[in-house]
Design a protein around this ligand. Structure first.
Ligand SMILES: *[C@@H]1O[C@H](CO)[C@@H](O)[C@H](O)[C@H]1NC(C)=O
Ligand SMILES: *[C@@H]1O[C@H](CO)[C@@H](O)[C@H](O)[C@H]1NC(C)=O
Ligand SMILES: *[C@@H]1O[C@H](CO)[C@@H](O)[C@H](O)[C@H]1NC(C)=O
Ligand SMILES: *[C@@H]1O[C@H](CO)[C@@H](O)[C@H](O)[C@H]1NC(C)=O
Ligand SMILES: *[C@@H]1O[C@H](CO)[C@@H](O)[C@H](O)[C@H]1NC(C)=O
Ligand SMILES: *[C@@H]1O[C@H](CO)[C@@H](O)[C@H](O)[C@H]1NC(C)=O
Ligand SMILES: *[C@@H]1O[C@H](CO)[C@@H](O)[C@H](O)[C@H]1NC(C)=O
Ligand SMILES: *[C@@H]1O[C@H](CO)[C@@H](O)[C@H](O)[C@H]1NC(C)=O
Ligand SMILES: *[C@@H]1O[C@H](CO)[C@@H](O)[C@H](O)[C@H]1NC(C)=O
Length: 755
């Protein structure tokens, strides 16, 4: 990554042009609601946000304030009686302008973990009219996996908050994937499957993302009738709200996967069976992909599109991914362009204005298959300007660079950032701050926007706020200045210690400059072994010092919810590092055959550190296992459904599949989970090592794995109820942990030498 001070980088910023304007094919992707309707929607949003103070603003949507070629624009001004006037070219633009004013003039902050909305009275004046036009035609949001890792149990109240957040964050191109199984069910029934064949096919709620992409089927299903009804109702409300705010929701389309049972009805159908995905065998995996030349491809694709658009209307943009993490049966370019041509044809047969949104993850995930010839073939199966590719992990592995900007197809520069909804603190701020601008000024760039594509949300608020601002910026920000103001806004006060703490976090956990794909490989959240990874990308001392500063600031800031969240989060990150350091001690003691040392380190880890972490997490709402489980059970309409959903919820966080197929991939650090799952495993590990030293027998990982699987599986069915409300005083718990363990950070760290 080039540094911001290099003259070349500066030059590229000055030469920056608006992107995405070279594609008249995309001109029809725009809000459908009238200015009046969008005005009303954004005013209602404001009222939800600040209640009666909404009267101090005059918000409106006027599409004629848009920038050159219709780029989203907002204007801020002061009007009569001290009112703040916010005008946006769309509802999203107006909401973005509103939040921008709240940030810059009022020092406010809105995030997943909380809001800081102390408004000065009267509102500060806007001295000179401010007019901002984004250089990005689209600001995209979501990963297909977010639907399962984060949204799966959401009700309308939670969705409403998220859509508000999207609008305030400037997002205009979100996925709208809820309820698609309702449509598929109808299509399969029309094609002649019976109800039990369909029930056998769908996965359970927590695994739908991968069912939709043909990675798995059947696992943790079936979907109850009530599930379909509730999802349908939700999708109506979601789409209605997104559209009224001027967003362009993306619906799903047919990607070529068919249930095996369809071969009973159409035995002559020409399908190829893909291999098992991610350690699943064919009981739950090995999808059938329909040959693109088979007439049934168009029949099924068009049936789905017709039912979908009849039910939900359309904004003319659809997502379809055929080969997510699965290699096609043939690398013949004719076959690959045939597949994309067939997908595009089935879309346009029903909606002639269809644009296809394709995840570029395949190119990152399987570069050995997707050579230039194969990539070009797939991308050129539809006319130029008809596929938008999501360069999904562009902050770390940008694909546009290797593909001459996706061989002419438009693309969106996305920050993926998070895998599996893991909690670890992480960020590549330098790349986020530069990457989109580099991509815009790439020779013959086809970039048409920026985006967020996290697999899971509700973590690392800071990085998402930064990325959202970049989506509306024409040049990189000064990160050090940016983080200072962020800190003030987030806690609603100027505090030297929190400012210093965030500078340390910025340069350490948030400044990953290497290709780092396993963001949370902490030993804490993985099955113990003697070969665990403990390395990190940053200097641990910075984190420990930031912890000390926050701990010290806690007396002053204990009223701030966002501060308490961060205090827990940073302490959690510190404890996670301490677990790694104690693990190294345990391993060393075992290898030294020193029983006393093993008992000491193992005892601290299992009987104090892990229980303390559980107590810490249990003291803040956002870190409760009980909430995740309760949300799942609340969707149910019977005890049987509640048990099924709870199994889904527990399995996704832990075994991820019947046999630990993707073990611990979606790990979370939740109060309840830390003690009863991770803690139990570590207890067993330490006990096993002690026994080995006692008996003189070597440690066998295979034997341990069999034993520990019983613990893991046991957790899923333990039927224990976990608190849904926080317990304990966060500040006191942190102080206790600090007094005990801060001195250890220095000692242990030294022993661990260079990370
Ligand atoms: C919208 O903006 C245009 C251009 O600034 C202005 O002429 C027009 O009067 C505005 N419309 C409304 C309804 O305010
Ligand atoms: C559905 O079809 C399968 C395959 O023909 C059959 O075995 C099963 O009994 C049918 N189920 C129902 C409920 O009709
Ligand atoms: C069946 O599909 C495969 C690839 O999808 C193709 O190679 C083969 O020629 C097709 N067979 C027939 C009979 O169409
Ligand atoms: C950019 O496009 C122009 C016109 O198509 C072409 O002549 C030129 O070679 C391209 N430049 C690069 C660096 O690809
Ligand atoms: C960023 O801002 C800080 C603090 O105001 C300043 O010291 C620093 O020089 C700035 N960095 C750049 C690259 O402008
Ligand atoms: C991040 O690390 C790089 C490389 O060490 C350094 O050049 C850069 O200044 C750091 N950025 C921040 C925000 O600390
Ligand atoms: C890590 O940071 C500490 C101070 O925060 C410093 O003393 C130490 O030298 C740094 N270590 C490395 C490897 O840079
Ligand atoms: C902790 O805070 C106190 C006052 O609140 C201050 O005197 C002390 O210097 C702080 N310590 C550190 C390490 O910041
Ligand atoms: C293990 O043995 C090494 C070398 O014999 C020694 O330096 C170290 O202190 C011992 N560590 C523990 C934890 O016993």
């Amino acid at each position: 990554m080039k540094s911001a001070s290099q003259p070349l980088a500066l030059l590229s910023c000055l030469l920056l042009v608006e992107v995405g304007l070279g594609f008249p094919t995309l001109a029809h992707l725009k809000p459908q609601a009238s200015d009046e309707l969008q005005t009303q929607a954004v005013r209602e949003l404001l009222r939800r946000l600040i209640g009666a103070r909404a009267g101090d603003f005059w918000l409106s949507v006027n599409s004629s304030v848009a920038g050159k070629d219709g780029l989203d624009t907002y204007q801020l001004a002061s009007g009569e009686g001290g009112k703040v006037l916010v005008t946006g070219s769309t509802g999203v633009a107006a909401a973005t302008g509103l939040y921008s004013y709240l940030k810059s003039h009022c020092g406010c902050h809105i995030s997943w973990s909380g809001m800081q909305l102390q408004l000065p009275s009267p509102l500060p004046a806007v001295r000179e009219v401010i007019r901002v036009t984004t250089p990005n035609r689209f600001r995209y949001y979501q990963n297909v996996c977010t639907a399962s890792y984060s949204f799966v149990w959401w009700d309308w109240d939670r969705w409403e908050k998220e859509i508000d957040w999207m609008a305030l964050s400037g997002i205009n191109l979100p996925l709208a994937f809820v309820g698609q199984e309702v449509i598929w069910q109808r299509v399969y029934l029309m094609l002649g499957l019976n109800k039990s064949e369909i029930d056998d096919y769908f996965t359970g709620p927590a695994f739908l993302a991968w069912g939709r992409m043909g990675n798995i089927h059947s696992w943790a299903g079936p979907l109850p009738v009530s599930w379909h009804l509730k999802q349908l109702y939700l999708q109506y409300r979601i789409l209605g709200r997104m559209r009224s705010l001027g967003m362009i929701p993306v619906l799903p389309a047919f990607a070529g996967h068919v249930p095996g049972a369809l071969l009973r009805v159409f035995p002559e159908m020409n399908v190829t069976k893909l291999g098992g995905w991610a350690g699943f065998d064919c009981t739950y995996s090995c999808s059938y992909v329909l040959d693109p030349e088979d007439a049934m491809f168009q029949v099924i694709g068009a049936l789905f599109m017709k039912e979908l658009t009849r039910e939900f209307g359309t904004n003319h943009i659809y997502n379809a991914d055929t080969f997510n993490e699965m290699c096609p049966s043939s690398s013949d370019p004719t076959y690959l362009s045939g597949i994309s041509a067939a997908i595009y044809k089935s879309m346009t047969a029903v909606d002639p204005d269809a644009i296809w949104l394709l995840q570029g993850w395949i190119f990152v995930n399987s570069p050995s298959f997707w050579k230039p010839t194969q990539t070009r073939a797939l991308l050129h199966g539809a006319p130029l300007g008809k596929i938008i590719v999501l360069d999904l992990f562009a902050e770390t592995m940008p694909v546009y660079l290797q593909t001459d900007s996706f061989y002419g197809q438009p693309f969106i520069w996305c920050m993926l950032h998070n895998f599996g909804g893991n909690h670890g603190m992480f960020g590549s701020v330098e790349s986020i701050n530069r990457g989109p601008f580099d991509a815009m000024s790439f020779p013959n760039s086809t970039m048409v926007g920026t985006g967020l594509a996290p697999e899971g949300i509700e973590q690392n608020d800071m990085i998402y706020e930064l990325m959202n601002e970049i989506g509306w910026s024409r040049k990189p920000v000064n990160l050090s200045q940016w983080i200072s103001w962020y800190t003030v806004r987030r806690y609603g006060s100027q505090n030297a210690q929190t400012l210093a703490a965030w500078q340390l976090l910025l340069r350490s956990v948030y400044n990953c400059t290497i290709q780092w794909k396993d963001h949370n490989q902490s030993p804490l959240v993985h099955r113990p072994s003697l070969k665990m990874k403990t390395n990190v990308w940053y200097n641990r001392s910075d984190l420990f010092e930031a912890w000390q500063l926050l701990q010290n600031a806690s007396a002053e800031l204990s009223k701030s919810k966002t501060f308490l969240y961060d205090l827990v989060d940073v302490t959690r990150e510190v404890v996670q590092q301490l677990v790694a350091l104690y693990y190294l001690d345990i391993k060393q003691a075992y290898e030294n055959q020193s029983l006393p040392d093993l008992l000491t380190s193992g005892g601290v880890l299992v009987y104090d550190l892990i229980p303390e972490m559980d107590a810490l997490l249990s003291s803040q709402t956002q870190f409760l296992l009980g909430r995740w489980l309760e949300e799942a059970r609340t969707v149910a309409t019977s005890e049987q459904e509640a048990s099924l959903y709870e199994m889904n919820a527990r399995n996704q966080l832990t075994l991820w599949g019947p046999m630990g197929n993707i073990l611990d991939y979606a790990n979370k650090e939740f109060g309840g989970l830390v003690s009863d799952y991770y803690g139990m495993r570590w207890n067993l590990f330490v006990t096993s090592l002690v026994e080995c030293l006692n008996t003189g027998k070597p440690f066998h990982q295979d034997k341990f794995n069999q034993l520990v699987f019983q613990v893991e599986r046991g957790f899923i069915y333990n039927q224990k109820q976990y608190p849904v409300n926080p317990v304990g005083d966060t500040v006191q718990i942190v102080k206790r942990i600090f007094l005990k363990y801060y001195p250890q950070t220095k000692k242990l760290h030294k022993n661990a030498n260079n990370n």
